[in-house]
Ligand binder design. Structure first.
Ligand code: SF4
Ligand code: SF4
Length: 325
């Protein structure tokens, strides 16, 4: 019997999702044995024309990581969608926009201005920025269009499943691969990770306070962090209450608070707003203490980059999607 065809592709991402596939260690041999990998630009020398030559729907599943930032990304994911039975949004950037999605706090012009003209290491006296078409002596050169707004994968093509995380952990990848191979997948649209908050599985949960009675929010490098105690009890923002579990609490175990890469549990429309409201509802002083306006200001000022803190991985998937100009 022919093995199911599988494709991997990356759009706007750092490459960590590709590395996590390699992190499958000896399990990658099981995957490679069970499937026929027909496209994986980072590791195998297949071309776009090889994918285009396949019949529509003939790839069993395409795992696509990265956000949609350029015309090339859009073209490739539309091609893979047409050729694939299933499409899995692989990792935070495909799922919610991820770190590249933070670009939505700026416009394309502002990004080009900074990157190609203002950065101290750039030498560009003519102020040239990337153009979709450029005429040169030998003809026309083309580049993919750099879009003004970063999109999630499902804002570009229909997505069947989501594997969350920055990057998704190997055990969740193997569970997803096994479920696909056995045809035991949940309902379409599901996030392939537990549907409960990270605090529910956190080894520090017992020390999580009902109310955080603090006058100042600290950043992780400003505190000597206690290895056992909930970060919130130490005055450090942790997005565990608003974030889906399934990562093995890997940041917490490395003594860093959760930044929310798994996204929200189901039913939450805006992960950043959920995180903000959860943290805001926990903050407050003991009943007998009155919080002055100055106390409130100091507390709020302690969140140095609120938009980046609460929307670090999810800005393109949020209700606002980008900075409104
Ligand atoms: S807030 Fe963070 S550290 Fe505290 S219990 Fe939740 S996940 Fe753990
Ligand atoms: S602890 Fe939070 S940020 Fe870290 S891997 Fe887990 S979900 Fe992602």
């Amino acid at each position: 019997m022919a093995k199911p065809k599988v494709a991997f592709y990356w759009c706007a991402s750092c490459g960590g999702c590709e590395e996590t596939v390699v992190d499958l260690a000896e399990d990658i041999l099981i995957v490679a044995d069970a499937v026929d990998i027909v496209f994986w630009p980072v590791a195998l020398d297949f071309k776009k024309k090889d994918v285009a030559a396949l019949s529509d729907g003939s790839i069993a599943v395409s795992f696509i990581n990265g956000a949609i930032r350029t015309g090339e990304h859009e073209e490739m994911v539309k091609l893979l969608r047409r050729k694939s039975g299933l499409v899995v949004a692989f990792g935070s950037c495909a799922h919610m926009g991820g770190i590249p999605g933070l670009g939505n706090f700026w416009t394309r012009d502002a990004i080009f201005q900074r990157v190609y003209k203002e950065v101290p290491t750039v030498e560009n006296p003519e102020g040239i920025t990337p153009q979709v078409k450029t005429q040169v002596e030998v003809g026309e050169l083309t580049l993919p269009e750099f879009y003004d707004t970063v999109k999630t994968l499902d804002q570009t093509i229909p997505v069947d499943y989501y594997l969350p995380g920055c990057p998704p952990p190997p055990d969740l990848i193997m569970q997803a691969v096994n479920a696909i191979l056995k045809g035991e997948l949940p309902e379409k649209g599901a996030v392939l990770a537990p549907d409960k908050a990270l605090c529910d599985t956190c080894p520090r949960a017992e020390t999580k306070p009902e109310k955080i009675s603090i006058k100042e929010i600290k950043r992780p490098h400003e505190v000597e962090l206690d290895l056992e105690k909930c970060f919130l009890a130490q005055g450090v923002i942790c997005l565990g209450p608003a974030t889906r579990s399934g990562c093995g609490e890997r940041c917490i175990r490395a003594n860093m608070p959760c930044r929310g890469c798994f996204g929200p549990t189901s039913g939450v429309e805006d992960h950043g707003a959920k995180g903000l409201s959860m943290i805001a509802s926990l903050l407050g002083l003991e009943e007998e203490e009155r919080m002055t306006e100055e106390d409130v200001k100091k507390l709020v000022d302690g969140v140095v980059d609120p938009a980046g803190t609460f929307y670090r991985f999810s800005l393109p998937a949020s209700l606002l999607r980008r900075k409104r100009v």
